[in-house]
Structures are given as C-alpha cells and as structure tokens.
Design a protein around this ligand. Structure first.
Ligand SMILES: Nc1ncnc2c1ncn2[C@@H]1O[C@H](COP(=O)(O)OP(=O)(O)OP(=O)(O)O)[C@@H](O)[C@H]1O
Ligand SMILES: [Mg+2]
Length: 215
C-alpha cells in the first residue's frame, strides 16, 4: 500500500529524514514510535502531501504521490490527529461530510455514509452538536468518522489519543482496532508505549536518526 525508498528531508540545516525506507502492506497494522522531534509527524505529513517537496520515492498503491492530485490521495488515505482539527462552526455531521465534499462524492452518498459512520463510532443523537459541545473523546470519534468517510485503504493516525485521558485513550485505540478489522484497511499509528498492550498483533517500528528501525 505504501512503499517509500530513499526518502530525505531537511528543514534548513536540520536533517530530519535520512535515506528512509518503509513498506506498509495491505491491511497491516504498524505502530510508529520514536523520540520527540525524531520526524514521525513529518513522515505522516509527507504521506498525505502536506509537505509537497522531498527527495526520494513515495508510492501509494503503486503510484508516485507526486503525480497524484490531492483529492485522489484523500480517497486513499484517511488521517486523524492529536488535536482532532474539527471546524468549530460546523456540526459533527457537517465535519464528517466535508471529507466527501473535497473528494467529489455525491451529496446523497455523503449524507448516508456520514450518518452511518457517526452511528458506528457511538455518536447517535449528536449529529447536530458543535465541537465545543462535545468531550475530547467524542470529538476524536467525529474525527475518526471523518477519516473513514471515503473508505480509505490506509488510515494514518498521529498520536490520536494524545489529548485524551487514559481510559478514553484505551477506548479510542480499541475502536480504531475494531474499525480496522471491519474495513480491512491498513493503519499506521503514532502512539506511546503504555497503550500498546491492546494491540499485540501490531508491527512495531521506530524512528531513529532519520530512518525507520524494526523493533
Ligand atoms: N515546519 C517546520 N520548520 C522547521 N522545522 C520543523 C518544521 N516541522 C518540524 N520541524 C522539525 O523537524 C523535526 C521533526 O519534527 P516532527 O514534528 O516530525 O517530530 P515528531 O517525531 O513528530 O515529534 P513529537 O513526538 O514531538 O510529535 C523537529 O526537529 C522539528 O523541530
Ligand atoms: Mg509529532
């Protein structure tokens, strides 16, 4: 699903990624760890093309991401973040729907999928709530529903439990795991060691000196 070879990225003088290679297979669950500042978020940003310029090769489903329009990448990749990144002036349902609007999905399909996904993540009845009316865990559920709207083959998650308390964080990881099993999507998850017990089958990797190391 993802094949990265010879990936190099600098911020000015600072070398962040150094000849990095990585493979993510279909339906695979990979957990990425590494020191703060080691380049984990940078790698994810490169994958969903928030950072457009880099040296090396990134293939998504066999196609070079440099030649893929952004809406095509959005269909293949779902993304969730520590900070949820919901739009404050939109309801839960509208936030989820947005993911389909940017990829050109028909309105009817957006509406039915968004409703079903909010149901699936346990937010029935809260479709019309605004982000400030939801708890952190509920906001992250909206963000998960939004990430899944396009039925991506890959879900990227950058410390998705970083703003949640321990119990809510564990619930969130188990929800992600269940959704991964249900959909068969691959998942690349940046998260901390103390939550890993709930995902014993995951492949563990870490970012060291700008490269990916298997653990
Ligand atoms: N836009 C930017 N401009 C300059 N330097 C940056 C920029 N973004 C990140 N960096 C630097 O690149 C390095 C890697 O940052 P990155 O955010 O990828 O780390 P991380 O592994 O995700 O860390 P954390 O665990 O704290 O989230 C850091 O040294 C950071 O200061
Ligand atoms: Mg980070």
């Amino acid at each position: 699903m993802i094949a990265i070879d010879g990936l190099n990225l600098n911020y000015g003088e600072r070398i962040v990624l150094r000849n990095l290679c990585f493979r993510l297979g279909e339906g695979e669950l990979v957990i990425l760890q590494g020191r703060s500042g080691s380049g984990k978020s940078t790698l994810l940003k490169l994958l969903y093309r928030e950072i457009p310029h880099f040296y090396g090769s990134i293939l998504l489903d066999g196609t070079c991401i440099k030649t893929m329009p952004k809406h095509v990448i959005r269909r293949k990749l779902g993304v969730i973040f520590q900070s949820f990144e919901l739009l404050e002036r939109k309801t839960a349902l509208e936030n989820v729907a947005l993911a389909g609007e940017v990829t050109g999905m028909p309105a009817k399909e957006i509406a039915s999928r968004a409703e079903a996904l909010l149901d699936r993540v346990g937010l029935t009845g809260q479709e019309n709530s605004y982000p400030h009316e939801l708890s952190g865990g509920e906001q992250q559920r909206v963000a998960i529903a939004r990430a899944l709207l396009n039925r991506p083959k890959i879900l990227l998650a950058d410390e998705p439990t970083g703003n949640l308390d321990g119990e809510t964080a564990a619930d969130m990881l188990s929800l992600l795991k269940t959704l991964q099993d249900e959909t068969g999507m691959a998942m690349l998850l940046v998260t901390h060691a103390d939550l890993l017990a709930s995902m014993p089958e995951a492949r563990l990797i870490s970012m060291e000196n700008g490269r990916i190391v298997e653990r």
